[in-house]
Design a protein around this ligand. Sequence first.
Ligand SMILES: Cc1cc2nc3c(=O)[nH]c(=O)nc-3n(C[C@H](O)[C@H](O)[C@H](O)COP(=O)(O)OP(=O)(O)OC[C@H]3O[C@@H](n4cnc5c(N)ncnc54)[C@H](O)[C@@H]3O)c2cc1C
Length: 139
Amino acid sequence: MRELCHIGWMHNRVRVIVGSFLTKNLRQHWQHGARWFWATLVDADLANNSLGWQWMAGCGADAAPYFRVFNPVTQAKRFDPDGQYLRRWLPELAEEPLALLHGPWRDADLLRRSGYPAPMVELGESRQRALEAYGALTR
Ligand SMILES: Cc1cc2nc3c(=O)[nH]c(=O)nc-3n(C[C@H](O)[C@H](O)[C@H](O)COP(=O)(O)OP(=O)(O)OC[C@H]3O[C@@H](n4cnc5c(N)ncnc54)[C@H](O)[C@@H]3O)c2cc1C
């Protein structure tokens, strides 16, 4: 989100990850994300943006299946294995070892001294709640 605020752009992979996090882990309506992207993206496009968010939320024309919840940590390990992207946009963690960069919340002292905010939600629990909520809609 810092990259989006600073340069008005995000790679598609990051748009997919934040789209999944907002609509599934935080269970927020996709239109909240679409409005923020519309206000901040230099390439904001009504069709691509709306359909991108609906795809993420599992409610679009050819949407991703609702049970597909992207894990930001495994995605970071796969697409940013050396932490270059994380170090650029998380300067407060830039000097930390890779293992902590992909999970700073595992070190309470690091959270205290870096000022890095503690996670908003626990990824596993919030994923389970999202699957239950979506599952209830399909019954
Ligand atoms: C939640 C979400 C919101 C998005 N919002 C927008 C938006 O507002 N405007 C926008 O142009 N794209 C949007 N996209 C699609 C895609 O993320 C961007 O087009 C792409 O990241 C732009 O980077 P680029 O120009 O380097 O693309 P490149 O990978 O170089 O692709 C070149 C062009 O192809 C088109 N394109 C590429 N990927 C997609 C895609 N997945 N869907 C549709 N068109 C694509 C775009 O016009 C892009 O400029 C969104 C995707 C998601 C998941």
